[in-house]
Design a protein. Structure first.
Length: 750
């Protein structure tokens, strides 16, 4: 039986253990979950074999040799019985279909699932609508509706809904789509990707024209390279859009007789035809090691057990929509994945960024594919092949009968990898060592278990060395006085590996994954647009089905906390000299203070963002309660104020200008009636008074020398971690298209 860590136990108790209607725990251990899930999924077996498979599934799960995805752990054996992670849906170009898809997504979110689809069928903004005599509002406007649905449809305390929306690179609205998430506070519940074809890549490389068209009508012709540069700029700036390589995706579609085009789920490990379900489980690669090598018999046993579990999972699944239930029964889609690839390489002393790794990965995943396919054939003989097999590629090209139309998919494994204490998917470890802080302020080192074993074996396990590694971004690179070059080459972290090697490993493994792989290429903040362009082109040419990039610090901070400021701001430090026209990026980890203003038209909420480490005011924004005057004008004021703050304009000067705005008639009228309003003569004046009061509070509290002393006691995070919205530790990383917390196991796609 595997040992469940204290933090994993907390995650299980918060999200996974069953509770009664009053919230009392009905389950108390990983053992309880394994028993419930294995009993339920083995019910698909013939009565004579049921007990055998029930025990087999139970023991493998208990030892964490494989773990199914979170919805299966949540719902197996409950009234819900919805075991799938995500779904592919579809949308047509009429109002009935659009809102039908909205309703479908709402039902999916309600039952702990995510959804992905393409909006290439939706007519572009401004196109005539013959039925109503009006014009179309376009793709992006409807995306806002879908984004709002995620906010409104809650999923208890288990996990948030997620969306993935694709748009074809030929769609006339593609430029607006590319930039629809430039403001990172909008459309936060979805990932976006541009679907590109090999034909488009050829047009880019040969500097050809590219038609933007809909239903055969050309709306505009642009240079393919100009369109490509827009994609790259936006990805450089915010990490989105990602790319869906439609040609590569369609080539892997085993059921083109049903539909030629396939689309991706929110994290893009599952690409399939519309109304299929994403049925996932991952087996633990390091658990296949015996005597410092992969044990083929153990590997085979874990693959076959996981595969059979997933096939049973399809049989007992109760899906959220009749269309999904029908399509799932027709094609029986499963996605068996791997977790712990990064730790496997550590165990076997294989550098991730090496030719040896590529050769090892090629052999390993080739074996995985062939073992899975052979067992798929065996299951077809024992239980029958999938109903839509005839005229599929399995029939026409491979000439073999199989039980499940899809086999392999590598998911992020955010929470289940956290439970299993291993690395997710095919990702390298993000940091070998980092420190977290408990509620009492005590710091604890968090250490990769393989690296910890190495340190102890070599008498290097001490606080001084752990501190050095942590301050070196969790890496041992360059610590030549402690670690030799061979050790440094083996224990590489995600940020030690060049983007090209990330893509090479991804592409090598993709050859054997019939669905897809969830993968984010993490980049340093200094990465250029040209480097991102090269990554995307390289991935497409090597057969990858989807990829995103994330440049460290590229996304503006979102509100994670509205608590008080713990340090005082040195106003003089705000007035730095910037080159004319330079706008500074909003850093990660701002603390936001929330102020409620009572204006002449209602309530206005003003948020002021301050970096507690460097003592700067960087950001602000406004929200209204729906009655407070013009929300668009409030947004405009806060946007311009933020731009001024990040452009180096002294904050006192900005506040003074806001205060100089004229008197608002609504303020005059309400004050004349005796109503109590916020200090000021208008909304902008009230905001100015908030800023001045904050500056006064901080400036009067401490003198400049005391502020410097306070700052010197604060340790800035050494790693590129963001603050987790749940445990509030600086342990949230962008990994495999997901935000994953290394402290509490929180995971969110989107």
């Amino acid at each position: 039986m595997a040992i469940v860590s204290e933090n994993a136990q907390k995650l299980l108790e918060k999200r996974y253990y069953l509770r009664d209607s009053d919230g009392n725990l009905l389950e108390h251990s990983w053992n309880d979950i394994c028993r419930r899930v294995s009993n339920n999924v083995s019910s698909a077996e013939d009565i004579k074999e049921r007990e055998y498979w029930q025990n087999k599934f139970y023991n493998k799960m208990l030892n964490m040799d494989f773990i199914p995805s979170s919805p299966c752990l949540f719902n197996a054996g409950t009234n819900s019985q919805q075991l799938s992670s995500c779904f592919i849906v579809d949308i047509e170009d009429n109002i009935e279909s659009i809102f039908s898809t909205v309703a479908e997504c709402a039902k999916i979110f309600q039952r702990c699932g995510g959804a992905g689809f393409s909006m290439h069928k939706i007519r572009p903004k401004g196109s005539p609508c013959n039925s109503s005599g009006s014009t179309a509002s376009g793709v992006v406007s409807f995306m806002r509706i879908f984004n709002a649905v995620v906010n409104e449809v809650k999923q208890g305390n288990k996990r948030n809904g997620a969306l993935k929306i694709d748009l074809n690179v030929s769609h006339p609205e593609i430029f607006e789509f590319i930039h629809c998430k430039d403001n990172t506070s909008e459309l936060t519940n979805m990932n976006i990707s541009v679907s590109i074809t090999n034909k488009f890549i050829d047009a880019v490389e040969n500097d050809l024209d590219w038609d933007l068209k809909f239903n055969g009508k050309v709306f505009k012709t642009v240079k393919a390279k100009d369109l490509w540069n827009e994609i790259i700029y936006s990805a450089w700036k915010t990490g989105e859009p990602g790319l869906s390589f439609q040609t590569n995706m369609n080539n892997g579609n085993m059921n083109p007789h049903i539909q030629k085009d396939v689309y991706g789920n929110p994290c893009h490990e599952f690409v399939n035809i519309p109304y299929t379900s994403c049925n996932l489980a991952s087996f633990n690669l390091p658990h296949c090691i015996v005597d410092n090598k992969i044990d083929k018999q153990l590997l085979t046993d874990n693959i076959e057990t996981t595969f059979r579990f997933l096939d049973n999972m399809v049989s007992v699944n109760k899906l959220p929509l009749p269309k999904i239930q029908k399509m799932t029964e027709l094609v029986r889609p499963i996605g068996m994945g791997t977790m712990g690839f990064g730790n496997l390489l550590y165990e076997l002393k294989i550098p991730y960024n090496s030719q040896k790794c590529l050769e090892f990965a090629n052999n390993l995943y080739s074996d995985i594919y062939h073992i899975a396919t052979n067992y798929n054939i065996k299951l077809a003989k024992d239980k029958g092949y999938y109903p839509a097999w005839e005229n599929s590629k399995w029939d026409k090209e491979k000439h073999i009968k199989v039980r499940c139309s899809s086999q392999l998919s590598i998911a992020p494994n955010g929470s289940i990898a956290f439970i299993a204490n291993t690395t997710g998917g095919i990702e390298p470890e993000f940091a070998l060592v980092y420190f977290r802080e408990d509620n009492e302020g005590i710091r604890y080192p968090v250490i990769n278990y393989v690296f910890k074993k190495y340190l102890k074996e070599n008498n290097l396990y001490n606080t001084d060395i752990l501190e050095k590694i942590s301050k070196n971004n969790g890496s041992i690179q360059g610590l030549d006085d402690i670690f030799d070059k061979n050790t440094q080459s083996i224990f590489v972290t995600a940020n030690d590996i060049s983007p090209e090697w990330h893509v090479k490993v991804l592409a090598t493994i993709q050859k054997y994954i019939d669905l897809s792989i969830s993968k984010t290429v993490n980049l340093p903040s200094s990465a250029t647009k040209e480097e991102i362009s090269n990554i995307y082109l390289m991935a497409g040419k090597l057969g990858v089905k989807g990829v995103t990039v994330y440049r460290d610090g590229s996304r503006e901070s979102q509100v994670l906390s509205t608590g008080g400021i713990s340090t005082k701001i040195d106003v003089e430090s705000i007035n730095e000299d910037f080159p004319r026209g330079y706008i500074e990026d909003v850093p990660e980890g701002l603390t936001y203070r929330k102020f409620k203003l009572t204006t002449g038209c209602g309530s206005l909420y003003f948020f002021l963002g301050i970096d507690e480490f460097d003592g700067k005011i960087y950001d602000c924004f406004c929200n209204t309660d729906g009655t407070s005057g013009c929300p668009v004008n409030s947004q405009a004021v806060s946007r311009l104020l933020s731009a001024g703050l990040r452009g180096g304009i002294p904050v006192e000067y900005l506040a003074k200008q806001l205060d100089k705005a004229g008197v608002c008639p609504s303020f005059q009228y309400k004050r004349g009636k005796g109503e109590k309003l916020s200090t000021g003569k208008s909304c902008s004046s009230a905001i100015a008074n908030v800023i001045k009061s904050v500056l006064k509070e901080f400036c009067e509290a401490e003198n400049k020398q005391e502020i410097k002393e306070i700052k010197s006691d604060i340790q800035k995070p050494n790693l590129a971690f963001s603050k987790c919205p749940e445990c509030h530790q600086n342990t949230l990383v962008k990994e495999s298209n997901c935000d994953s917390c290394k402290n509490c196991g929180f995971s969110h796609c989107g």
